[in-house]
Write a protein that binds this ligand. Sequence first.
Ligand SMILES: Cc1ncc(C[n+]2csc(CCOP(=O)(O)OP(=O)(O)O)c2C)c(N)n1
Length: 575
Amino acid sequence: MNGGERIAAVLRAHGVPVLFTLCGGHISPILAAAKARHIRVVDTRDEATAVFAADAVARLTGAPGVVAVTAGPGLTNTITALKNAQLAQSPLLLLGGAAPTALQGRGALQDIDQKPLIAPHVKRVFQVRRVADLGKRVEQALRLAAEGVPGPVFVECPVDLLYDEALIRQWYADAAGRGTSIADRALRWYLNRHADRMFEGSAHMAAPEVAAIAAPHAPDRAITRAAAALARAQRPLLVIGSQALLAVERVAEMAQAITALGIPVYLSGMARGLLGRRHPLQMRHTRRSALREADCVVLAGVPCDFRLDYGRHVRRSATLIAANRSRKEAQMNRRPGIAAIGDAGLTLIGLAAAVGGRAQRPEWVAQLRARDEAREQEIDAQAAVAGGHVNPLAFFRALDAAAGDDAVMVADGGDFVATASYIVRPRQPLSWLDPGAFGTLGVGAGFALGAALLRPQSETWLIWGDGASGYGLVEFDTFVRHGVPVIAVVGNDACWSQIAREQVKMLQDDVGTVLARSDYHRVAEGFGAAGLVVRTTAEVPAALAQAREIARGGRPVLVNVWLDRTDFREGSLSM
Ligand SMILES: Cc1ncc(C[n+]2csc(CCOP(=O)(O)OP(=O)(O)O)c2C)c(N)n1
């Protein structure tokens, strides 16, 4: 097998469903071999999209998403998406092309020193130099990406390792020429020896080894201590974040465990939807007040970063229990009273078994519930305010009512998606995708692509700020070519609102934050998708129903929603 076939054989053996890419001569053999082994190859219009798509696949399956990009600019284009995956602790395998081994550092096409560029954003860089090592390194990378605290791993595959041996030897022979001088003969000898080394030991390839990766368990002692603290508490609270859903195959058990614990719970990031649309213990609003009142807080896969005001949202005297795969993250900014280092979801399951119903505090739940419902009524009142165009709160109430029970929601934008996150109720576990801690605009098209490919029977809704949509509109071309019926709703307020809101207030200047009410739906039409435009709240339900119908027919659709300004997000600022 040539190098491309070796890589594809390992991907196939590990059950990789899809390989995302943007082509380049350096990686062609990987793409062709993957296709020949019935791995779906999906080509995007920007390498960043390919990485975002693989990230979504990783988050929804728990197994590494896989991307192949060409050398040089192909690789540098991935960096933002790679960093986003690293901070989101998402397992990825990035296969990158590279200049031929004998020409590196000699001015070859797209030959740069790739390792120092990529190394800060991945768990490890493997630079392969022998064909015989390719399969092993890819296998090692897949394992490393998924174990412990997951993250991206990079395997650099020089082009002369990927093609057939005969072709490469011929190429080196041609490069060496037929001269008879001592220098010519020395070059021939050198290149011949170089090729021998590259292909040494490559006559056979060991069968791929696929071993399940066990999620790390927190020590029993930590779980026993945490259980005792919860049983003693009068106002216990659970906050569950994305990392708690890494053990994808156990999410149903996790949801049962939370129900059995009977403690009020806030879900953030990928954990949204873990308890379905409505659950008696799930609170959605005024989390800060609840954290200030709670006397025992479990942070499951949630670090004390800016989202919890660096830990200051939790009262000083409360017992803080940090369940996290990463010790560093568990201790960041605020040392927990009890650190359960291991998979946070499994710790919740362990806690439920140890505590039983002893931590249930119905009056506390009722107190938080009353406040949550009062906030819902305020939102209803704000949603009823009529303006010239679409009220964003009313829009998301309508979207929440319209979206199917199996819908996957992708969030990419500023105020528009923050509003959605308060109003739209994800239907089931693993049905909400947002960038995570890096707050990267532009994840949307790639995330939607990955999600829709993985869940072809489900609706994929892409909730897009008009600003954010600019990074990925071109991927409507990809959606159309690959038959991926994404439903994108663009919140068109002709503004980068989340930034403008504070900038204008503090600096009395909107410079750099103003957009136009552009015809985003016509861009989608230009690529062969359907485009709809909605200018008033009254038109919304019919447009959403029509968009669902179009998507059910297999065609992607973009709904351009002309928004009114609201002060719903007034005062929110993250630093
Ligand atoms: C890659 C990247 N660039 C810039 C930002 C800064 N940023 C955060 S929110 C935001 C505005 C988003 O605007 P839009 O998508 O239109 O949503 P809106 O706030 O208008 O609803 C910007 C520019 C970012 N988070 N990521």
